[in-house]
Design a protein around this ligand. Structure first.
Ligand code: H79
Length: 693
């Protein structure tokens, strides 16, 4: 025995010695080659579908506190529960029905390939055995390391185990800021550097004690004390522990609002994290994952019956895959350790669909079609060429499926429901037609497979471009096609362009409101579907008669706690005055405040103007009392825009803004005739000044 073991043990011992005596310097993972990243992301891109689990002490009150029933995993903050009182839930946590293998089997049976569970949520409670806190599962009556049991079960079933770990921590004494209602928790000598040590100690446990971890999913990064440098440091720290691990973009400050994709600027994170939403389109080369609840809460809320239907969830999964993203679907287990019945039912039903149609999801990439009226498309490279998976949500009349703009002649078409039955294919100009049978069909999502040679040869409809959607005099419209050797023809009344319609040339100029339809032709035959865009001719707003103006605009400053812009007409302001521009410099604190700016803007010439606000949190912009930019709600730096036609002269302008917590910023920009998009300059802003006669 010794003889055979010894040769293996010696290098191991030597390696250990080396490790302990001279630790190699931690590696910097910020500059990874695209090929290295591709290799690391491979399983995740293949997986496409995962289970999110939000579980902790908050499951015990089940959403209810003092008669209010809208709470969930945020309950300690939303119900303002003092720490000592919240801590009492620890003594009640005893999920006797918890079976790790059952949870993992339910995920696997639903077709999910990875599981992301809350090792710690914002309340600070840890579902694992941590040596660095008593606020963990080992201090509850349950006294079992839930994450250990789950990671063992996941390994057994081939599911990737992943952790959600909150950066924001409402309990750790060193974490800042305190909630503003926590008047009995003074900051004392709280120290974020010490908090960072705590965070890293726990991550070393989470990444060191549970085998291979697929993803670290950070959250709660938006508060002011968390800086880009922290994000960079934490990213590198975790990658050094397990170089192949995947880390979401909430480790750093680059997430743009709930839309979740990472802004430009060298931020860390391997994938974007849209929350409760699906992006309009995918972005080439960008990895992202939409996370979503099955009802309206992440943590268990026994009163929440607003469940999404199974068909909605299946279509969401297909929609996400067709845009090149992953779907992380949440379950909020009950305090006894079981999944809500409604979740179990949905997981089973999704699983039944996935057993037949999984290959149209796993390892697929985004659709080659810009738009399909009846559903979605995913694709996969094969040895011979490409498989196109057509996800049919709306079954066509006569069951004749029309795939506009597809130029390959497939080798074969069949349903995943009945793979041995070849479907009849025909062609109508640019469109491929597939005859579906009367049965079997799935009214939620029937997947049709087209086997084609080489890559998809798709002719998307032309794009219709104009400076804006409204105009005052005439408007120039340009047409673009990705396809070579085509002629674009158009109509101005929304009817389908034919070979006899007007050719577009490089551009056209319209003089009246029009529904412009365009389509590509080659040698007199249509070679794409048509597309329609509407343009509206408007009369510019007349200027306001104002006398006695002076430079700058009026501001009123308010304080309060809002999630969206308040009605300023019923509020009393705390301060007012004039300021040269839409500046926040007269704020009296860092959060929970609002501004209303009012005055006039001088418009130099008649035309259509585009206004933008870029704000954190919400803002609105009104011209002549009409809302032009809608950018309300809680969000990080986010830009919105609107257009309005204005006659030369003075126009009333009003900008409203509020800030709840975290960073605060407001930018107001404009674009117009002869004016590139740029911040509204000081010298066009005025207010009426009765003293200035
Ligand atoms: O764990 C679940 C939720 O408890 C947690 N994320 C999911 C996965 C979550 N925390 N907060 N929210 C969801 C909503 C918070 C939104 C905001 Fe913000 C925080 C608005 C302003 C600060 C994020 C950062 C969105 C804009 C800036």
């Amino acid at each position: 025995m010794y003889r055979t073991l010894l040769p293996g043990i010696i290098p191991l011992l030597a390696a250990l010695l080396l490790l302990t005596t001279c630790d190699p310097p931690p590696k910097d993972f910020t500059a990874e080659s695209p090929a290295e990243k591709d290799r690391r992301m491979e399983w995740w891109r293949e997986a496409r579908f995962g289970m999110f689990i939000h579980w902790g002490l908050y499951a015990i009150p089940a959403g209810e506190w003092k008669g209010e029933t809208h709470h969930a995993e945020w309950i300690r903050t939303t119900a303002q529960i003092p720490l000592e009182e919240y801590d009492l839930f620890r003594d009640q946590f005893n999920p006797v029905r918890f079976r790790a293998d059952e949870w993992v089997k339910m995920a696997k049976n639903a077709g999910m390939k990875y599981m992301v569970i809350t090792s710690k949520h914002h309340d600070g409670f840890c579902l694992f055995d941590s040596k660095h806190t008593d606020f963990d599962v080992m201090s509850t009556p349950f006294e079992r390391d839930i994450l250990k049991e789950l990671s063992d079960a996941c390994r057994e079933e081939g599911i990737k185990m992943c952790w959600y770990h909150s950066i924001m921590d409402w309990r750790h004494p060193d974490y800042l800021p305190r909630r503003d209602w926590e008047t009995d928790r003074p900051e004392g000598d709280a120290d974020m550097d010490r908090f960072m040590v705590y965070l890293k100690n726990q991550l070393a446990e989470l990444v060191g004690n549970y085998g291979e971890i697929g993803v670290l999913w950070f959250d709660g990064e938006w508060e002011g004390a968390w800086k880009h440098e922290h994000g960079r440091d934490l990213y590198n720290f975790v990658r050094n522990l397990q170089p192949s691990i995947i880390i979401n973009n909430r480790v750093d400050k680059g997430r743009s609002g709930m839309a979740g994709l990472t802004r430009e600027g060298g931020y860390m994170g391997d994938f974007g994290t849209p929350e409760q939403e699906i992006p309009e389109t995918g972005l080439p080369g960008v990895d992202w994952e939409s996370c979503m609840t099955m009802n309206d809460h992440w943590g268990y809320n026994q009163y929440d019956n607003n469940w999404k239907s199974t068909s909605d969830l299946i279509r969401k999964l297909a929609d996400i895959a067709s845009k090149g993203g992953n779907f992380l679907l949440n379950v909020g287990p009950k305090p006894d350790g079981s999944f809500p019945e409604e979740s179990v039912e949905r997981l089973n039903e999704i699983g039944a669909w996935m057993k037949i149609n999984g290959e149209a999801i796993y390892g697929t990439s985004a659709s080659p079609f810009r738009h399909l009226s009846w559903g979605r498309c995913t694709q996969k490279q094969t040895a011979k060429g490409t498989r196109l998976y057509l996800h049919v949500f709306e079954l066509p009349e006569n069951r004749l499926l029309r795939i506009s703009g597809l130029y390959n002649d497939p080798e074969k078409a069949f349903l995943l429901l009945q793979p041995d039955n070849a479907l009849a294919i025909s062609r109508d100009e640019d469109a491929l037609l597939v005859q579906l049978p009367a049965s079997p069909l799935d009214t939620v999502n029937t997947v049709v497979v087209l086997e084609i040679n080489g890559k998809p040869d798709v002719s998307n409809p032309p794009q219709i471009r104009a400076a804006q959607r409204i105009f005052t005099d005439t408007l120039q419209i340009r047409f673009l096609s990705e396809r070579e050797n085509v002629e674009i023809r158009y109509t101005l009344n929304g009817t389908l362009p034919t070979a006899a319609s007007q050719p577009a040339g490089d551009f056209i100029v319209i003089e009246n409101s029009s529904a412009v339809s365009a389509r590509c032709f080659r040698n007199g035959t249509a070679v794409s579907d048509s597309v329609t865009a509407r343009f509206v001719k408007v009369v510019p707003l007349m200027p306001s008669p104002v006398a006695n103006t002076a430079k700058g605009i009026r501001y009123s400053y308010y304080e309060g706690d809002w999630d969206s812009l308040p009605d300023f007409t019923i509020l009393r302001h705390t301060a007012e005055g004039t300021v040269e521009n839409f500046s926040l410099k007269y704020k009296q604190k860092e959060d929970h405040y609002a501004f209303c700016f009012e005055g006039y803007i001088h418009i130099a010439s008649d035309g259509v103007y585009t206004f933008y606000t870029d704000s954190d949190d919400g803002s609105m912009l009104y011209i002549d009392d009409t809302p032009v930019v809608f950018n309300d709600g809680l969000h990080g730096m986010q830009e919105a825009k609107g257009e309005t036609a204005l006659a030369k002269g003075m126009h009333a302008i009003r900008v409203t803004f509020f800030e709840k917590g975290g960073s605060d910023e407001l930018k107001v920009l404009m674009k117009g005739p002869g004016l590139k998009k740029s911040p509204v300059p000081d010298n066009v802003l005025f207010h009426s000044n009765p003293e200035n006669k």
